[in-house]
Design a protein around this ligand. Structure first.
Ligand code: OTD
Ligand code: ZN
Ligand code: ZN
Length: 347
């Protein structure tokens, strides 16, 4: 038996949904995580500070009694977003980031930004006041191959935006390529990247070999092995610019197991077990705390959590349910395809 004590972690990119799904999944996060940056891609999206305040209340009402959990709210950037509303949300402490979805890039992104020039007044204001922009970094141009969309986004959208607004703090979320890792490492300031648990574990074979496996399908789609290895190197390096954002994105099984299945992988329940496994494999257990608990707060200008959690390596594999049952329906849990021995024992 081996114990690892780390500061209580945070999840810097999480989908909690709403209603019965929210009530069904929130405990899997609040059990282990102190805070999470909550994605605003509801239907309809969380666009105004009034939307964010109301959503925050619904999340808090769903947190099980006894858990302390702080949702960190984000606004969904549209071409009509009002810079004054964004600034008021930031000043009040409610809004921790604004989220840029290129229209059509991922689930519920149809109200996202088509022409970034139209969002410039908001982005300029954010650069001025120091409010971070979280970015889904993929172009949606139909003629760009889905596996190249992140690299093309960096070249055609992200880099020009950074040149135009060098003071804008940008989180490149769910980085999935070596191109993304290298780009972040090259930059001197104002850019960081979150990395999901599943992109450290699967490559695109998981989705396509031996039949189509919808529960490994997410966006940005998992890439080839060389990219996964670059992500592992970045996450386990201790580099302060990389931190955990699980992108845990629950969908009920019927919406994934069908002819046009939704993108999203549900990992909240076993993320820390999976991460401890990955960090141990990389000989970097001593850097898990930086990735999961220290680098994110440093980037978002928040204190690290005072409490700790203990991860224990058990002699026998730890079992997780194959599905989480919610009022909305069953949600399949991410299967890392190897036995898990690490688990949180006290939180
Ligand atoms: N990716 N699914 C979802 C969002 C993310 O791009 C993302 O952040 C979702 O279901 O909301 C997914 O695969
Ligand atoms: Zn995204
Ligand atoms: Zn996401």
């Amino acid at each position: 038996m081996q114990d690892l004590v780390i500061r209580r972690p945070d999840d810097w990119h999480l989908h909690l949904r709403d209603g019965g799904m929210l009530r069904g999944v929130i405990a899997d996060t609040s059990r282990h995580f102190a805070r999470a940056i909550v994605m605003p891609n509801l239907v309809p999206p969380v666009v105004t500070i009034a939307d964010a305040a109301a959503y925050r209340e619904r999340i808090l009402a769903a947190v099980p009694a006894g858990d302390r959990f702080e949702p960190l709210m984000t606004l969904y950037l549209t071409e009509g977003t009002d810079p004054d509303d964004v600034e008021a949300g930031f000043r009040s402490g409610l809004v921790k980031a604004v989220k840029l979805y290129p229209a059509g890039a991922t689930t519920n992104s149809s109200s996202g930004v088509r022409d970034i020039a139209k969002a410039m007044p908001v982005l300029e204001r954010m650069a001025e006041i120091g409010l971070p922009l979280c970015v889904h970094g993929e172009v949606t141009t139909p003629d760009v191959d889905i596996f190249d969309r992140e690299a093309v986004f960096i070249e055609t959208v992200l880099d020009p935006l950074r040149r135009r607004l060098p003071d804008l703090r940008i989180t490149m979320e769910h980085v999935t390529t070596k191109d993304g890792v290298d780009y972040i490492k090259e930059q001197a300031a104002n850019l960081a990247g979150s990395i999901t648990t599943h992109h450290l574990i699967i490559n695109r074979n998981a989705i396509l070999v031996g039949g189509i496996k919808p529960h490994y399908y997410c966006l940005p789609v998992a890439k080839r092995e060389s990219h996964r290895l670059a992500l592992r190197a970045a996450a386990t390096s201790g580099d302060v610019r990389f931190f955990l954002g699980t992108d845990s994105a629950p969908h009920v099984d019927p919406l994934k197991e069908c002819a046009c299945g939704c993108a999203g992988i549900y990992t909240s329940i076993n993320t820390l077990s999976c991460l401890a496994h990955v960090f141990e494999e990389e000989g970097a257990l001593d850097r898990l705390e930086a990735f999961a608990s220290l680098n994110g707060p440093a980037w978002y200008g928040l204190p690290v959590n005072a409490e700790t959690i203990t991860l224990r390596k058990h002699a026998e594999p730890v079992r997780y349910p194959a599905k989480v049952e919610t009022e909305a329906g069953p949600v399949t849990v991410f299967d890392p395809m190897f036995p898990l021995y690490w688990a949180v024992v006290q939180s």
